[in-house]
Design a protein around this ligand. Structure first.
Ligand SMILES: Cc1cc2nc3c(=O)[nH]c(=O)nc-3n(C[C@H](O)[C@H](O)[C@H](O)COP(=O)(O)OP(=O)(O)OC[C@H]3O[C@@H](n4cnc5c(N)ncnc54)[C@H](O)[C@@H]3O)c2cc1C
Length: 335
């Protein structure tokens, strides 16, 4: 009989990706509804130590598969390892991050084990009547939300957007670690010859602690120059509304909102952004929201913790100036 919620824990260079930790938190809530356990699936080389981190974030058990061939992600080996785990343990639910790895791995596995997969979910619930997993995701270009259930096949599988679910911290550092021994074919069709890391100074906006976000109120692409200065002072990343992306002022990867990314930084600046519902859906969980808008009726002020009615062309440079002065003063005092 199918049981328990399994979470695929993504790692790169043996560093756990945030989305796996977020999924453990969400799984804990769902598992408590079901009266079942949360199990982390950890694949890699020399990765077993990280099991502790998973217990701390809500896992009851961790299944570890270690092999030198699992050091870097390769579809073939990773799919084989997770397939063996699904076949052996028959999970009720298996969750993946909707990252490039999760989007590659999950559909292949769903086909292999002959079940359904709901991609890019933004919310998960347990149906109180039949205990099925209700998987919700934007559909038709974000114009409506579709809730999908997989009634007839197990496991129920979903990929979930990074940044949407909340991680949890539990006072626990240990639990059951199950080490699965697996061998992988040596005649793999794919061989990694060289790994070239792209020098990318930009952090993914879902990972940033501080975001300086600009909208149509910037008036043009040059408006982002002021924002970049503010971001540099705050060690923040620059993000945007869809209007700025559609106008070609900034890349789509920086878009916050329903059809962009969901973010929850410690501090979110909304500068020249009206606060349309589709934008707010992607940033309302930020810890502190500061909005600057020249219209006091802008809906962004309804979600902002601090609002400034004013022209961003005046407020942003002033803010940069004040931060610089403050920093200079601190430096002076520390001498
Ligand atoms: C299906 C669907 C999905 C969508 N998905 C997204 C999404 O993921 N993300 C997203 O952001 N939007 C999304 N949208 C679009 C959304 O509805 C809004 O059109 C968009 O968010 C507006 O962007 P904006 O706030 O930058 O522009 P506007 O709504 O034009 O607002 C500009 C704001 O700037 C202010 N302003 C102007 N000049 C200044 C100045 N000098 N100083 C200070 N303030 C100034 C104005 O008062 C105004 O409030 C989606 C829409 C649909 C239909």
């Amino acid at each position: 009989m199918s049981r328990d919620i399994y979470v695929f824990i993504e790692q790169r260079d043996n560093k756990l990706e945030k989305v796996g930790i977020e999924l453990l938190g969400e799984s804990r809530r769902l598992a408590d509804d079901l009266g079942q356990d949360v199990v982390g699936i950890l694949l890699g080389s020399d990765i077993k130590e990280e099991a502790k981190t998973l217990f701390r974030h809500g896992a009851d058990r961790v299944i570890v598969v270690e092999s030198p061939v699992l050091k870097e992600y390769l579809t073939e080996h990773y799919a084989e390892a997770v397939y063996q785990i699904i076949k052996k343990y028959e999970p009720e639910i298996v969750l993946f991050g909707a990252t490039s790895i999760g989007r590659d791995l999950a559909p292949r596995l769903a086909a292999q084990v002959h079940t359904g997969l709901t991609a890019d979910c933004t919310s998960l619930e347990i149906d109180p009547e039949n205990k099925n997993l209700l998987m919700t995701r934007p559909a038709f270009g974000g114009n409506l939300m579709a809730t999908i259930a997989c009634e007839n096949f197990r496991p129920q599988m979903a990929t979930v957007r990074p940044g949407v679910m909340s991680s949890i911290n539990v006072e626990k550092e240990d639990g059951e670690v199950i080490v699965e021994q697996m061998t992988f074919p040596s005649d793999s069709k794919i061989r990694i010859r060289e790994i070239l890391k792209v020098e990318n100074k930009k952090k993914d906006i879902t990972e940033a602690d501080v975001l300086v976000s600009g909208g149509r109120g910037l008036g043009g692409p040059e408006g982002f120059d002021n924002l970049a200065e503010l971001a540099a002072e705050l060690e923040a990343e620059v993000s945007s509304s869809r209007a700025a992306v559609d106008s070609g002022w900034i890349e789509k990867s920086q878009q916050v909102g329903q059809t962009g990314k969901t973010v929850r930084p410690e501090l979110y600046f909304a500068l020249g952004i009206s606060g349309a519902i589709q934008h707010v859906a992607g940033m309302e969980e930020s810890d502190l929201i500061i909005a600057v808008n020249n219209s006091e009726d802008a809906p962004i002020f309804e979600v902002a913790d601090l609002g400034v009615v004013g022209d961003i062309n005046l407020v942003v440079p002033k803010l940069v100036e004040l931060i610089r002065k403050e920093k200079a003063l601190k430096e002076e005092l520390s001498k």
